[in-house]
Design a protein. Structure first.
Length: 195
């Protein structure tokens, strides 16, 4: 019986590790391929309205092809570029902004593994979402808002939850807004600095 349980556990671990490697690369539409940097794969593409016009836009997040082997969160985290791509009338895209400090590295989630969970776009806002920890868990959602006058995105909200896995009812939800951090352009935001 113990041997059967051990074999089932090995099979489960193998399936999970092969599922993780099959997530990359993401299928990239032909009109976005030129934005993929040499030596990188696409971790995520999310489409939506980033600048409140009539053309669909996209957020593309890149990761190094070998990031799972090379990331070193303590000494030198492998940065994951986030590209803000604005849709044009001819169904092409142009690069509007880039940040290497808006998405946590592959090892930044602690025992929970890769903390990146996704991007949400809605009416000129976009949020980068993370989840990590071990016994103590955390989420972090960083939201940027488009300012039409400046034609730029600014940090709007930075917050999340903190809780222990065994006592989820004791959730802390620290959230900082513009009142706390001032006017921070997207390209100046650094997720690796303390909140």
């Amino acid at each position: 019986m113990l041997r059967v349980c051990y074999l089932l556990l090995l099979l489960l671990v193998f399936q999970q590790s092969s599922a993780q490697t099959s997530e990359l690369p993401v299928a990239v539409p032909s009109n976005l391929k030129k934005f993929v940097l040499a030596g990188y794969d696409v971790l995520d593409i999310t489409k939506g309205d980033l600048n409140r016009d009539t053309y669909p836009d996209a957020i593309m997040i890149l990761c190094k092809k070998d990031e799972r082997e090379t990331s070193d969160v303590i000494n030198h985290p492998e940065k994951r570029p986030l590209l803000v791509l604005l849709g044009e009338a001819n169904k092409t895209y142009k690069l509007a902004a880039r940040s290497n400090n808006a998405v946590y590295c592959v090892d930044c989630g602690g025992q929970m593994g890769d903390p990146f969970t996704g991007v949400t776009i809605k009416n000129g806002y976009f949020s980068v979402e993370h989840y990590g920890g071990s016994g103590w868990r955390w989420t972090r959602i960083i939201t940027f808002k488009y300012a039409t006058a400046e034609k730029n995105w600014f940090l709007y909200k930075d917050g999340g939850e903190r809780f222990h896995a065994t006592s989820r009812e004791e959730v802390k939800t620290p959230v900082k807004t513009v009142k706390d951090f001032g006017k921070v352009p997207f390209i100046k935001f650094d997720i690796y600095k303390e909140k």
